[in-house]
Design a protein around this ligand. Sequence first.
Ligand code: GLP
Length: 240
Amino acid sequence: MYKIFNTVEEVSAYTSQCILKTIQEKPNAVLGLATGSTMKPVYAHLVQKLQNNPVDVSQLTTFNLDEYLGLSGEHAQSYNYFMCEHLFNRLGSPIGRYNLPNGLAEDIEAACQAYSDIIKQVGGLDLQLLGIGSNGHIGFNEPYTSFSSRTHLIELTEQTRLDNSRFFTDKSQMPTHAITLGIQDILEAKEILLVATGSNKAEIMAELYASDVNEALPASVLKQHSKVTIVLDKEAAALL
Ligand code: GLP
């Protein structure tokens, strides 16, 4: 299902309302969270809604999609830092438990397996929030990642490194690898919201709309899921 709004504000208001509704209906919900510039206004709206309408978040569990390899949570470009800055540290009371892949894990393979396992142990993701890369990646599942993948280490494509290096003042610090939730983990979420805004997402959204399900375009796998909403502003939807 597509929801197309005129502005980023409307997209963010709608998306944050869906997250809030999930928490209200199930205080011990398990949320899959995303980072990236698209999510900043979404979290700003969510923080505001939670301030105006306090809801118990003490039983909530969250899992982030991805983290850069080699960056600690104190690194300003780490996704751990992003989440604290834009959401976790802004809430009036702390979230029950939040999880991100550990970019500094000694045994990456074991840490990846544990990440997918813990999600299963807590009952799976109730709602997964997703952005999309300009090459169609979800999380950091780059083109041709197996649809049966679980949390894993991935080498970032040139395109992704170029796109995301805009956040690094020293471009040489842009990591070459990341840990990401796998596509199978994402697909097992009960509900998925994919959010895209701005004209730089118009081409990939048109490609996704027209595409069959195929590993060259990771987000196309969402067509196999029964409860996905694609939330766009009119710029991202311009070529649909
Ligand atoms: C990164 C993240 C993705 C995100 C994408 C889009 O690559 N790993 O999860 O969807 O960026 O980011 P933005 O919202 O900044 O366009």
